[in-house]
Unconditional design. Structure first.
Length: 260
């Protein structure tokens, strides 16, 4: 039976998780990642992490522990471990499929000239026909609006044109940097994590020039290195005076996120 405090804690945890995922999803959406891709990646990551937690000393996976961690039944866990239930490959998002089709399909690609300027409407060789072919059940108006918001395409004199950003759309470097940074900040020095603390500081300043941005990033890197060196020295000094276990390691990581 759940107590009032446990229900409140669950609600607070869920709200915090939703708050984080809402902000993170903003970057996913702006990078063209679909809900299907996100759900597929989240499932794989959660299962991989749960399997690590459920490993015994002999490296075998404790099926009961894995069922408890994931909320799956033990028959479902056995299917996963035996490879009977393979994780399906989630289809790419409609926007990514549309851009790939536009750049590769001979009907919409003018050889060395690149992607065709497409009239918005038409039975063939038009943006509407491209959407019918690669956009599945989404209307061409909806996809055109989203491509415009993401700056992947623009409308010129009644035709839809791929922008340089849409033409080069492969993977978002910004999203890669963000996710790699978050993974580094959360990575543990051991399989045991007793506690985690978060310190938040924010600097808001007028957006500088591109040249000045490089100077600021170098300054951020120098300051971060100096800060962690100081924290390490302080931690080692305090640990030498402490009677706690000497084989345990603590970690303080810095993630500096710059956003214009």
């Amino acid at each position: 039976m759940q107590t009032a405090s446990s229900v409140k804690q669950t609600t607070n945890t869920r709200d915090a998780l939703v708050d984080f995922l809402r902000e993170f999803s903003t970057y996913l959406i702006s990078s063209g990642v679909s809900l299907e891709e996100f759900q597929g990646a989240a499932k794989v990551a959660f299962l991989q992490s749960a399997m690590e937690h459920a490993r015994l000393g002999n490296l075998r996976i404790n099926q009961s522990a894995l069922a408890a961690i994931t909320g799956l039944s033990r028959p479902q866990v056995r299917k996963i471990l035996k490879g009977i239930e393979e994780t399906p490959v989630e289809p790419r998002g409609r926007i990514a499929q549309l851009l790939d089709g536009w750049r590769r399909d001979p009907e919409y690609w003018d050889g060395l000239a690149g992607p065709t300027r497409l009239p918005i409407r038409g039975k063939s060789r038009s943006f509407a026909s491209l959407v019918r072919k690669y956009g599945r059940d989404v209307t061409h108006k909806a996809l055109l609006m989203e491509l415009g918001k993401l700056k992947y395409a623009r409308v010129e004199k009644g035709s839809v044109v791929l922008t340089p950003k849409g033409l080069q759309h492969v993977e978002s470097k910004g999203l890669q940097q963000l996710t790699a940074g978050l993974a580094f900040a959360l990575r543990r020095p051991s399989s045991v994590q007793a506690s985690i603390g978060v310190v938040v500081a924010d600097a808001l300043y007028r957006t500088p020039s591109s040249k000045s941005r490089l100077l600021i990033r170098r300054r951020l890197l120098q300051s971060a290195k100096a800060f962690v060196t100081d924290i390490k020295a302080t931690g080692d000094a305090e640990a030498s005076r402490s009677s706690s276990r000497k084989d345990r390691m603590s970690r303080a990581s810095i993630l500096i996120l710059t956003s214009d």
